[in-house]
Design a protein around this ligand. Sequence first.
Ligand code: GLN
Length: 309
Amino acid sequence: MHTLTTALAQINTEARALFGQGKVADYIPALAQVPPRQFGMAVALVDGSTFHVGDAHTPFSLQSITKLFTFVLALKAIGEDLWKRVGREPSGAAFNSMVQLETEHGIPRNPFINAGALVITDILTTRYAHLDYALLGALRRLTDDPDLSWNAAVAKSERDTAHRNMAMAYFMKSHGNFANAPELVLDNYCRQCATEMNCAQLAQATMFLANAGRDLGRDGCPDEQFLSPDEARRVNALLLTCGAYDAAGDFAYRIGLPVKTGVGGGIVAIAPGVGTVAVWAPELDAKGNSVLGAFALERLVKLTGWNHT
Ligand code: GLN
């Protein structure tokens, strides 16, 4: 049986041999500047131990991984009422697709595609006068990092080019499924997507999902029951079915764990009762998921046996 340290070292070597197979996201101009050949991975176990390899301490743009955190905040804020505004079925369509919005009367399929995340940000914009600080406050507590923030240049770059997301917001507003001004919600959405973390922080920040809703306090901070065990189980179910957009089936087949991916090249995976894994490599496949990230997770579940599906 591999120890985790040996497994991560082996995966690091194997993954780096595959550099050059994908392309960094360039539809958000600031993300096109990220050097492609980087790879980091971090594991945090529910017993508090942590492991990391490669560029695990380099901050990267969370992008759609923030959809996981905003969804959790909305669930905490308004509970099951949010299902009146967004569905919970896999979309089978690209993360930024708008085609289902028309046939489904402005109700997005799930909270982890762009349209669904925009509705979630709309809900949070109504709920919090200072959403940035509500979200950052939660993320700072979960990572124990008071300096955690968003990258202003990335946020501006996405906001300047957010025509497609803006179109979806207006379309949903035409169906009565958007309470606030799309411009305001887009400002919030682009800032939240530009939040930066490194792999070690991301593994720590999602620990509550592996640990029956309970965050592990560190550095003198107490434990916090961030979600109920039942809510954590439900978030994991959604991550398994919807966390990788139109590659969710492929991810379930290859990795078999709840995941959330983002076009910054990050992926976080949850092994309930065991721990969390964050991996980052900016080169993406055609569906906007990290090529080496998916490879590394597939190797890790094989070496550790963490896939129980
Ligand atoms: N901010 C990105 C967007 O809205 C997030 C997409 C993603 O990470 N898949 O297009």
